[in-house]
Design a protein around this ligand. Structure first.
Ligand code: G6P
Ligand code: ZN
Length: 543
């Protein structure tokens, strides 16, 4: 075994997006592509010599090869130890948990989250820092800058190691410890929730369907829900992780998890439905014939937080991404705690969580989480719901409707226009930005524009600034239309249009969401000239 230095040349576009570097598998398969990125990452780490690195991924195609490369490079960089999930597997929240539980220097998570996998699918790599959360922008910007100047990388020429057997092996001076990917995470969940109450719920005949979407959440959900909590075998379906997610799109929303939605709409539907995504950090909650909007889920968990042992003393505050509905703001106000509004991207919650300013966080993109780790956490959200269902004895629908009655309903929907041309998308956003100065005061479809701007954020903890985080049109009656381009896609551009209307009156809370938002949908399409600039009359995904 020796450490070798290879000469290399920069690749274009190694710039981490909303959540790490995501590209087609074929891009990652180019010789030197992964190596360059990892070298650029390692070159920026100070004091990592002899320290511990956590490595794992969502098990998608190319995960196993990438793990071997990263291990050999970590050995060449002088890490003392790598904690590797067995089979190269760690869900994103479990990776965050292991980094924190074992006091690691940081971790590398291999995932393209909810994007499809397989030889023609997507792959991704993300670096998480010692608090367990995604690296902040100053680190990812540094990585990107170094990828543009890189001339060489260092790697051990050791043979592949066995990543499927628990225990310790060595590459050069570095120890590779293959760990059980579920154990640390399961122990943390047992501290968060009232497992006794949830066990009783299942023992009383409560029925659930958890759709793991052939992704990494399967082994975690099986171990906890069917194993520890005693739900009947078969409660967790599509539980075996597949390299291509069974050819499906592992994104838990009503479009991509339509099978779960169909089961929950059937006559013999179970009491509770849930799904998680490729790397198990997202979640979707469904009652009997009643999908729950992620923004409503955050508000509801906040309102009921004290039923869970970890949050029994109350919550310090809530954070939500700017496009997420303002339902949580009303719960926060009632609880007398602050609600922070951040740009899209879980990394923006890290400082607020570390500083103890917030306990719960959530995003409209089916992400919910808390200060127990520094990633969003799909299974955690599902267990939290189970805890609330067990403690209240109410159904999902009863709970959500009661929350609306107390705080008002924020009708909410997101319209995605996927795979549009980048040039057209940029033109559309530029067109919106150009209109901003004239929009305030205008009346659109009967609503007066109170304010129109491009959302900017100043981190209240470290003062760092993020500009141009989404164009907002805010109306007098509290309604909003928000436009931004996705930062997680790998092909063309995706325009996201977020629509929201507040309805305080209980007798007007039963409308169909799209009908309730129709005037705002019209405003969005005409102000942004969507059909004219993109050639699309309707969105590809509506959540
Ligand atoms: C990932 C991130 C989230 C983000 C979501 C959508 O899941 O972790 O923080 O909300 O992607 O991001 P996008 O830029 O595609 O809207
Ligand atoms: Zn994910």
């Amino acid at each position: 075994m020796t450490i070798v230095t290879h000469t290399t040349q920069p690749f274009d576009g190694q710039k981490p997006g909303t959540s790490g570097l995501r590209k087609k598998v074929t891009v990652f398969q180019q010789p030197g592509y992964l190596e360059n990125f990892v070298q650029a990452l390692f070159d920026g780490l100070e004091g990592a010599q002899g320290s511990t690195l956590v490595v794992g991924g969502d098990g998608r195609f190319h995960n196993r090869q990438a793990v071997q490369t990263i291990l050999r490079m970590a050995a060449a960089h002088g890490f003392g130890r790598v904690l590797l999930g067995r089979g190269g597997i760690l869900s994103t929240p479990a990776a965050s948990c292991v980094i924190r539980a074992r006091g690691a220097y940081g971790g590398i998570v291999l995932s393209a989250s909810h994007n499809p996998g397989g030889p023609d699918g997507d792959f991704g790599i993300k670096y998480n820092v010692g608090n367990g959360g995604p690296a902040p922008e100053k680190i990812t910007d540094g990585i990107h800058a170094r990828t543009q100047q890189i001339t060489q990388y260092r790697i051990s020429d050791a043979a592949d190691i066995d990543i499927d057997t628990l225990g310790e092996q060595r590459i050069e001076q570095m120890v590779v410890e293959v760990i059980d990917p579920v154990a640390d995470y399961a122990a943390l969940m047992a501290e968060c929730f009232d497992f006794g109450a949830i066990r009783q719920l299942f023992a009383s005949g409560f029925r659930m369907r958890y759709d793991a979407m052939w992704a990494v959440g399967g082994p975690y959900a099986k171990a906890l829900i069917e194993g520890v909590l005693g739900a009947p075998a078969g409660t967790v379906v599509n539980a075996e992780p597949k390299e291509d997610f069974g050819g499906l799109h592992p994104d838990p929303n009503p479009v991509n998890a339509e099978d779960l939605i169909a089961h929950m709409a059937a006559d013999d539907a179970p009491d509770f439905g849930a799904a998680s995504d490729g790397d198990a950090d997202r979640n979707m909650i469904v009652g009997r014939n009643f999908p729950v909007a992620p923004s409503d889920s955050l508000a509801l968990l906040a309102a009921h937080a004290t039923v869970a042992p970890r949050y029994a003393g109350g919550i310090a505050g809530i954070a939500r991404s700017m496009p997420t509905s303002m339902a949580a703001d009303r719960v926060a106000a009632a609880l007398g705690v602050p609600c922070y509004e951040t740009p899209t991207g879980w990394k923006f919650f890290g400082n607020l969580l570390d500083a103890g300013k917030v306990t719960l966080c959530g995003e409209e993109s089916y992400g919910t989480g808390s200060d127990h780790v520094r990633e969003k956490d799909g299974l955690w959200a599902v267990l939290f719901w189970l805890n609330v269902l067990a403690a209240t004895g109410q159904s999902v629908e009863q709970l959500v409707r009661a929350n609306w009655a107390t705080y008002g309903r924020n009708y909410y929907s997101r319209h995605d226009y996927e795979g549009i041309e980048t040039a057209a998308a940029d033109k559309l956003m530029a067109g919106l930005r150009a209109q901003l100065p004239q929009l305030a005061g205008q009346v659109l479809e009967g609503r007066r524009v109170k304010q129109a701007d491009d959302f900017g954020y100043v981190d209240p903890v470290d003062g760092s600034q993020s500009a141009k985080q989404g164009v907002r049109i805010l109306f007098d009656d509290g309604s909003r239309v928000v436009f931004r381009l996705s930062g997680t896609g790998t092909e063309g551009a995706t325009l996201r249009v977020y629509l929201e209307r507040y309805e305080p009156s209980v007798d007007k809370q039963g409308e169909d969401t799209q009908a309730a938002l129709a005037p705002l949908i019209t405003v969005a399409r005409s102000v942004a000239r969507i059909a004219e600039l993109t050639g699309r009359k309707t969105p590809t995904v509506v959540t």
